[in-house]
Ligand binder design. Structure first.
Ligand code: MRU
Length: 337
């Protein structure tokens, strides 16, 4: 589907390999990253992006940076682990998948303590590969479980990019679309442009068109009119963090789409793997929202500041269903999920 996965290992397994999303759709550039600085910068600058993908990137990145900087020695890698984990975890605050993946890596390192068979670095490598492979499998499962909501002929609106570029697999919100398409269903997809970084126009449209799925791009401000004209059967979006009560943080603009969908009686589904559900965050009000630089808004008059949140929170009441790798779930989400 993609020319290479959005995130994974380099062929020699010594680097984090990403498809640089800053350059899409104009150029398909693959980058191999090894140093912590490069990896943190790739996550911050959205060269690799999307909640599951940054979790996988952080896990693999932690391994390759520790191996390189610790000269392959467990003791040296162990001394660096805590500081590297903290830097990666702070690269982006809203997507819980990042903290979730780093936390798994740190817990695996503790299990590999003295007396355990196998080295620390080998344990971390195995854990990172599990995180990657599980993400691929969770995307496939979301695709299967989502089939009933995308019948033949479905007209679907989505926001931002929650597709293959945002995961190690076939995506979350786009997974049911890929699965339905593979089963011969015909779909019409509308991709919100997704201001200001245009993930919908640049990334969602690129990957769907590449897969042969019919997709049109609309400016964010046109979504309410599209819904009002009865041209959408369902809305499906991804998530960066789902609070225990079901409130959903996702790309800025999702909340507006959810309000407009509710006003016009169109169901909105949130698709996410279990790594995006955060039972330790009670409600959307507790989710830390990332604010980004004014430069992303283009040229502004001198001295005029910007208000540029990267995410918003859609309340549970506006969500028709939570499509996960375990099927449709209902809040409250307890720690077992
Ligand atoms: O700032 P981004 O591009 O990383 O934001 C991405 C989103 O908001 C996605 O919808 C979300 O991470 C889910 S990706 C499967």
């Amino acid at each position: 589907m993609l020319p290479i996965p959005a995130v994974g290992w380099s062929p020699d397994q010594r680097a984090l390999r990403i498809l640089d999303q800053r350059l899409l759709p104009g150029a398909e550039v693959v980058r191999d990253l090894v140093t912590l600085d490069e990896i943190v910068e790739a996550i911050r600058s959205l060269a690799v992006r999307g909640a599951p993908a940054i979790g996988v990137a952080a896990a693999i990145g932690l391994v390759v940076a520790l191996e390189a900087d610790g000269d392959g020695q467990d003791a040296r890698a162990g001394a660096l682990l805590g500081g590297y984990a903290r830097r990666l975890q702070h690269a982006r605050p809203t997507a819980v998948n990042l903290a979730w993946a780093i936390d798994r890596m740190v817990r695996a390192a503790h299990r590999a303590g003295p007396g355990e068979a196998g080295s620390l670095l080998q344990t971390l490598r195995t854990e990172a590969e599990s995180i990657r492979a599980e993400d691929v499998a969770m995307c496939e499962a979301i695709g299967e479980h989502g089939l009933p909501i995308v019948p033949d002929g479905a007209r679907v609106l989505t926001h931002c990019n929650a597709g293959a570029l945002a995961t190690a697999g076939i995506g979350t919100a786009l997974a049911p679309l890929y699965t339905a398409h593979a089963r011969g269903r015909t779909l019409t997809v509308y991709a919100d442009e997704t201001r200001p970084l245009r993930q919908g126009a640049r990334l969602t449209a690129w990957e769907l068109a590449r897969a042969g799925i019919s997709v049109s791009v609309l400016p964010d401000g046109a979504a309410a009119s599209l819904l009002a004209q009865g041209l959408v059967d369902l809305v499906i979006v991804g998530a960066d963090r789902i609070a225990a009560n079901g409130d959903v943080a996702n790309k800025i603009g999702t909340y507006g789409v959810a309000l407009a969908a509710a006003a016009h009686g169109v169901p909105l589904y949130v698709a996410a793997p279990r790594s995006t559900i955060d039972p330790h965050t009670a409600t959307g009000a507790d989710i830390v929202i990332e604010y980004r630089d004014a430069e992303e808004l283009g040229e502004l008059p001198v001295g005029v500041p910007a208000w540029n949140p990267a995410f918003d929170v859609t309340p549970r009441a506006l969500v028709r269903g939570y499509l996960t790798d375990r099927g449709f779930l209902e809040p409250p989400f307890l720690p077992l999920h």
